[in-house]
Design a protein around this ligand. Structure first.
Ligand code: HSE
Length: 310
């Protein structure tokens, strides 16, 4: 068993369009890095070494409930000291809370000799997601742990399936400076979905999975449309429909809300199209005097990993 690990977990985009709460994928390069130390005792300390503002109260840090859940499952006590070395900006729409939660779950597993399965680690990471958003959803945490494009076929019990990632699959994401909390974006969702919309949605989820398995990228693009969450949430994103038209005209496969928003993402089968999509996104929000951060990255096949161990 290791006493110290440095662990990375990637950024991710939840929902992947039509897969509300059941699909997500990871992004190359972006992510969180934690250093975790295990010693005798019973407690948790967290030090934020980044410039990113995070709550000082450890009860408000997503890492804390993840560590507690892990120790609870393995029925052990330990002193765990965490240093946050790299952090995605919270609210950026690329799975900031799940990158920390998943890194913490993966790091704990390494510190204790890998006793838990992927599903159990996702369960631990979901405790962090619940603290951040008031809901137990795994569509950021499962990809952040396992990497690539992931389907959560069922939650009770967790049944998680890794889907194939097309070789040339790029993603542009823009985080406009608009504040929409995941809690707020979940609260506005309807309790019931009209049958007509449900039919269109499950047709799309099936089409998306089929497109990924057969490598039919055009089918992937056609199947991304979300008829459940997006119609309620797009009100938070100025000019949403207009932006989608511009991006699709420029060759993007699809544009959707990234997780609960306000970030949006576009997928493309060429880097040049993704880069152009990023430029269009910047112009769209820039012309409305809304600040932004843009990422243009390859869709990754890699999940959480240990960078150093001793
Ligand atoms: N599936 C969740 C939602 C992701 O859309 O609310 C939150 O990031």
């Amino acid at each position: 068993m290791s006493e110290r690990v440095k662990v990375f977990a990637p950024a991710s985009i939840a929902n992947m369009g039509c897969g509300f709460d059941v699909m997500g994928f990871t992004l190359d390069e972006e992510g969180d890095i934690l250093e975790m130390r295990r010693s005798e005792g019973d407690g948790i300390s967290i030090v934020n070494e980044t410039e990113i503002p995070l709550p000082e109260d450890i009860e408000k840090n997503v890492v804390t409930p993840v560590i507690r859940k892990f120790l609870d499952i393995i029925d052990k006590k330990a002193q765990i000291d965490v240093r946050i070395l790299r952090k995605i900006y919270p609210g950026s729409g690329i799975g900031s809370s799940s990158a920390s939660s998943s890194a913490a779950a993966y790091g704990m597993n390494a510190l204790f000799g890998y006793p838990l399965s992927d599903e159990e680690l996702v369960e631990c990471a979901m405790e962090g997601e619940n603290l951040a958003s008031g809901g137990y959803h795994a569509d950021n945490a499962a990809p952040a742990l396992m990497g690539g494009i992931v389907l959560i076929r069922g939650y009770e019990p967790l049944d998680i399936i890794k889907l194939p990632v097309p070789g040339n699959f790029y993603c542009s994401v823009i985080h406009p400076e608009i504040v929409v909390s995941t809690k707020q974006a979940r609260e506005i969702l309807p309790d019931k979905v009209p049958l007509h919309d449900a039919i269109r949605q499950w047709g799309n989820v099936g089409g998306l999975v089929a497109g990924l398995y057969s490598g039919d990228i055009a089918l992937v693009g056609r199947a991304m449309r979300d008829f459940v969450a997006e119609p309620c949430r797009k009100q938070f994103i100025p000019g949403f429909d207009e932006l989608r038209c511009k991006l699709v005209d420029a060759g993007a496969l699809a544009m959707n809300i990234a997780g609960s928003g306000p970030s949006v993402f576009a997928l493309a089968d060429r880097y040049s199209v993704a880069a152009k999509a990023g430029k269009i996104m910047k112009e769209h929000f820039g012309s409305r005097s809304i600040g932004y951060d843009v990422y243009v990255v390859k869709v990754s096949n890699n999940g959480a990993k240990i960078l150093e161990e001793e």
